[in-house]
Ligand binder design. Structure first.
Ligand code: BTN
Length: 266
């Protein structure tokens, strides 16, 4: 599998994202594994991917299920020369890259649920967990963990309304290597366009084009502050622009805030 991924990446002229690949049959979490490698000097662009994750981690302390043979669990090590408070924007760049890759490989209309869930027909197909490590006030490394529901044929009852897979949406199995490599290729471009300015101004338009929340009613759940409005887009820092009912506009910073559709998941 390592060889197959490396071969496909070189055919696609990918320069650094996935230049080194570690493929594991089983791991607790590719993010944990990638962090270990990064602590031991793992280079920028090193990709860890696994067939089965026994302890996959989601955001907000939740778990993330990666059954064997059907999904993608991968984590990319980055060593950006970037102020630490800008690192969260990398997650939006990664979301855009995954959505674009899914569109190219499968033809599905993948969209983004702010900040970085990738959705198809209103249901989640991808989750991203970014972890940051600092040294002497600077970024030492960033691990971008990406979980994609590729060939999962069914979901537990409690997830059926909000989660889907590429298989369920296309009606046929999707080649995992093609998706992994497509994401690396797209991410390389998004990353470079992001790093050029250190903000999202170079990719913001592309992001907004496929932002599922755009012009949709959203409920913003900030600790101690809940309100409803209409999402209008993002700014260069990746904050969601929400027009409140009184006409004023607020900016929602990803962090601990949760944004939901009023009637459904998006
Ligand atoms: C979310 O909650 O939406 C984020 C899910 C992130 C899952 C991926 S799978 C690969 C990587 N390893 C992990 O343990 N988590 C991320």
């Amino acid at each position: 599998m390592e060889q197959e991924i490396l071969k496909t990446l070189s055919q696609m002229n990918v320069k650094w994202a996935g230049k080194h690949v570690v493929y594991l049959d089983t791991v607790d979490s590719t993010n944990e594994y990638a962090k270990k490698l990064a602590r031991d000097g793992g280079v920028h662009g090193l990709l860890v991917t696994a067939d089965y994750q026994s302890g996959g981690k989601g955001r907000r302390g939740r778990s993330w299920v990666t059954p064997p043979g059907t999904a993608i669990a991968m984590s990319l090590i980055l060593r950006p020369d970037l102020a630490p408070d800008r690192a969260s924007m990398l997650t939006l760049a990664a979301g855009l890259a995954v959505a674009e890759a899914i569109r190219k490989v499968t033809g599905l209309p993948a969209m983004l649920k702010w900040p970085n869930d990738v959705v198809v027909n209103g249901k989640k197909v991808t989750g991203i967990l970014t972890e940051l490590s600092m040294k002497e006030g600077e970024i030492d490394y960033v691990v971008i963990g990406i979980g994609i529901n590729v060939n999962l044929a069914e979901f537990p009852e409690e997830l059926k309304g909000t989660a889907t897979s590429l298989l369920l949406e296309t009606g046929k199995p999707v080649d995992r290597t093609a998706v992994i490599c497509g994401v690396m290729k797209e991410f390389e471009t998004c990353y470079e366009r992001f790093m050029e300015y250190g903000n999202l101004c170079g990719i913001r338009q592309d992001y907004e084009k496929i932002l599922a929340n755009k012009d949709q009613a959203v409920r913003v759940l900030e600790p101690g502050n809940e309100y409803t409005g209409v999402a209008r887009g993002i700014d260069d820092l990746g904050q969601l622009l929400v027009e409140k009912e009184d006409g004023t506009q607020t900016k929602v910073f990803a962090g601990e805030v949760s944004v939901r559709g009023i009637y459904r998941y998006v």
